[in-house]
Design a protein around this ligand. Structure first.
Ligand SMILES: C[S@@+](CC[C@H](N)C(=O)[O-])C[C@H]1O[C@@H](n2cnc3c(N)ncnc32)[C@H](O)[C@@H]1O
Length: 291
């Protein structure tokens, strides 16, 4: 009898232990799942975000095998994942990035512009169009056919200074309020590393210098845009986020810029208006009371 009792106690204790271990395993699993689903902890299989994994699958050079832009894009685009309806990319090549965007944004139609016809890629949610990104009337035909209101526009086309600036000047007004405009490969503005992209000897016309001037003077001015386009950009860019990847052992850095469009345009005054306004305010300002 005592033998039976101690056996029963032993069985009881070991099933308690098993239960404890199972609950510990369950709690740990739940914490792990919760942690992985938190936005700040999205490093998933392979240690990378979804867009970077898609980039690796499609072989576009936006991911780890190239410029490492996707991990930054994922930070900005994740909130738009299920909301974006229209994404445009200039520069199609084999269509790798168009497929990546299609798989990342399940509800979006992905539009691609290239100087070379790419109709073989046209399918359900991918639409291609032949246009030279430096030609305003060809860009106008594109917008005439497909409309505007893009959530995101990415320029990965010819990377010449006039390509980048003409497309930005023309297409920014076709971005949704709150949308993003990306200029990739701004390192082409650095003749020290890259030649033949239309940078003038004093480099004043480079796209990178246009952005630096905008940051310095809060006024966008370009050698390749008419005044109304410059004004529109100055009023409507909410922020400009420059990203530079120091790729160790690769001579040139990778540089891109994310511009966000304001949800409502800022009303700005010309510098003359602004000086007049400040003078008026100063002269009319109530004097502090005498003690
Ligand atoms: C770097 S590839 C694009 C790669 C693609 N976005 C990807 O990540 O898989 C550049 C593309 O831009 C196109 N291109 C070059 N100059 C252009 C221009 N002026 N207008 C439109 N597309 C241009 C080229 O034909 C080429 O297909």
């Amino acid at each position: 009898m005592p033998n039976c009792l101690s056996r029963a106690r032993f069985l009881n204790r070991s099933s308690d232990g098993l239960r404890n271990r199972l609950s510990l395993l369950f709690v740990t699993g739940a914490i792990l799942i919760l942690t992985l689903s938190l936005p700040g902890c999205r490093k998933q299989s392979g240690g990378f975000d979804e867009l970077t994994r898609l980039a690796e699958g499609t072989k576009t050079d936006k991911g780890l095998s190239g410029h490492y832009y996707t991990e930054i894009y994922d930070l900005f685009f994740l909130p738009l994942k299920n909301r974006a309806g229209k994404v445009l990319e200039i520069g199609i090549a084999s269509g790798d990035s168009l497929k990546m965007w299609r798989d990342y944004f399940p509800k979006a139609t992905i539009y691609g512009i290239d100087i070379v016809p790419k109709t073989e890629l046209d399918s359900g949610r991918i639409k291609t169009f032949v246009a030279d990104q430096a030609n305003r009337s060809q860009l106008e035909s594109f917008v005439g056919k497909f409309g505007g209101n893009f959530d995101i526009i990415i320029d990965d086309g010819g990377h010449h200074m006039n390509h980048q600036q003409i497309s930005l000047g023309f297409l920014f007004k076709y971005l949704k309020p709150g949308g993003y405009y990306i200029i990739e490969d701004l390192h082409m503005s650095l003749p020290r590393f890259w030649k033949g992209y239309g940078v003038s000897p004093d480099e004043s016309n480079s796209t990178l210098n246009m952005i630096f001037r905008f940051i310095r003077e809060m006024r966008l001015e370009s050698f390749h845009m008419p005044r109304p386009e410059e004004k529109y950009l100055t009023r409507n860019i909410e922020f400009c986020n420059l990203f530079m990847r120091n790729r160790l052992y690769v001579e040139s850095p990778s540089i891109m810029c994310i511009l966000k469009k304001r949800t409502a345009p800022l009303s700005i005054m010309s510098s003359q208006e602004s000086r007049r306004e400040t003078k008026k305010r100063k002269s009319g300002a109530p004097k502090p009371p005498k003690r």
